[in-house]
Design a protein around this ligand. Structure first.
Ligand code: NAD
Length: 367
């Protein structure tokens, strides 16, 4: 196979700062593990607007369609708040998601033992937690028609429509089963089949797809019960698949089981390309953090973990992804902390690049 290709879009605010550490990690894998990537870097968000007058140029969009995976930092910042909606930094991100047709959003909730005290839940409930929520991202109630606010008689009525086709459910389900096959072969599908027809169809189609994955243990749960179970006993889950609306809520809830925004990666996957790899974009959950940008305070771990997801889900390098995650675990266990992870006064935080240095040293030690 040819050298895998990556498009790196650092973006705005802390985006370029955290991405600089990811680039050092990518170089490490090239030098020490023979895992070379063909890397292109381009602008997105406010940075692209400053140069090209648009938050994503056509050339960069075309490149994103062509590469094996896109790695994005973050976009946005107060400087751009005054811009017209059509050229706001976030439009660049939305264009990427839409034109690449990234219909499956993967949000892991992974609790590093050293940070278990950060969770609002008891340590033993979250220590060692490692679950993944697959949220359908391009359909459902956020897109369904009719929608709007109309007037009926003498009052206004707000309308949104939950609408799913079988094929939209099927492709999200396939993405989730494929993921389950790469993990612990356990999948829980969440909907409200008790009160919603779209939920009945969701359950039917997921069950149909399960016939192609006999090794995966499938269960179904109503999404409201799912929310309770996520905070009661989250370790009962491995992969969860759900629709756009429930996924929005459940993935935020699950992510926060583990503590800090600076630790949360994500992936958005689309249909398989000719080489069998899914269209994919990997990015931290956090934004451009203008309050700390330019100060060397940002935690690069969310962005580095996003690259670990790329290794596992785009490049079938699960063992190397584990090496990277384990190195991060070791660094945290040694007490190395960026400012956002500091619980105790008196502990000196490391800078963004200091965290990068520590992770690179742990990677070296893993050899
Ligand atoms: P944010 O995620 O940028 O920041 C929220 C808080 O978390 C801030 O106090 C910030 O300092 C902190 N934080 C975030 N990431 C951190 C990290 N890696 N290390 C340490 N601390 C971190 O959210 P916000 O303040 O609501 O938004 C700021 C800008 O980012 C806005 O322009 C918003 O539109 C944009 N945004 C972009 C994305 C994206 O690019 N995917 C996502 C959310 C927000």
């Amino acid at each position: 196979m040819s050298t895998p290709s990556l498009l790196i879009l650092p973006g705005d605010g802390i985006g370029p700062e955290v991405m600089a550490e990811v680039v050092r990690i990518i170089d490490w894998f090239g030098e020490k593990r023979g895992l070379k990537f063909d890397v292109t870097t381009a602008l997105v968000g406010g940075a692209a607007y400053d140069k090209h007058g648009v938050p994503l140029s056509d050339e960069t969009m075309a490149k994103a369609q062509e590469v094996d995976a896109v790695l994005l930092g973050a976009v946005g910042g107060p400087k751009y708040d005054v811009l017209d909606f059509s050229v706001k930094p976030e439009r660049g991100l939305l264009r990427l998601r839409k034109e690449m047709d990234l219909f499956a959003n993967l949000r892991p909730a992974q609790c590093f033992d050293a940070l278990a005290d950060f969770s609002s839940l008891k340590k033993d409930v979250v220590a060692g937690l490692d679950i993944m929520i697959v949220r359908e991202l391009t359909s459902g109630i956020y897109f369904g028609e009719p929608r709007g606010i109309i007037t009926e008689g003498n009052e206004r009525v707000g309308i949104n429509t939950q609408r799913y086709t079988e094929s939209e459910i099927r492709r999200a389900a396939i993405a989730a089963f494929e993921l389950a096959m790469k993990r612990n072969k356990k999948l829980c599908s969440m909907e409200k089949a008790n009160v919603m027809e779209s939920g009945i169809l969701w359950r039917d189609v997921v069950t149909e797809v399960s016939a192609d994955y006999p090794e995966v243990e499938l269960s179904h749960m109503y999404a409201d019960n799912g929310a309770m179970q996520l905070v009661r006993a989250p370790k009962q889950f491995d992969v969860i698949v759900t629709d756009n609306l429930f996924g929005d809520v459940l993935s935020d809830c699950a992510a926060m089981l583990t503590g800090s925004l600076g630790m949360l990666p994500s992936a958005s996957l689309g249909a398989p390309m000719a080489n069998g790899r899914p269209k994919a974009m990997y990015e931290p959950v956090h934004g451009s953090a203008p309050d700390i940008a330019g100060q060397g305070k940002a935690n690069p771990i969310a962005c580095i973990l996003s690259f670990a997801m790329a290794l596992r889900y785009s490049f079938d390098e699960g063992a190397e992804a584990t090496r990277l995650e384990q190195s991060i675990e070791n660094v945290l266990a040694d007490g190395v902390r960026t400012a956002d992870l500091l619980a105790d006064e008196g502990v000196t935080p490391v800078s963004t690049s200091g965290m990068g240095d520590a992770i690179l040293a742990a990677l070296d030690a893993s050899l």
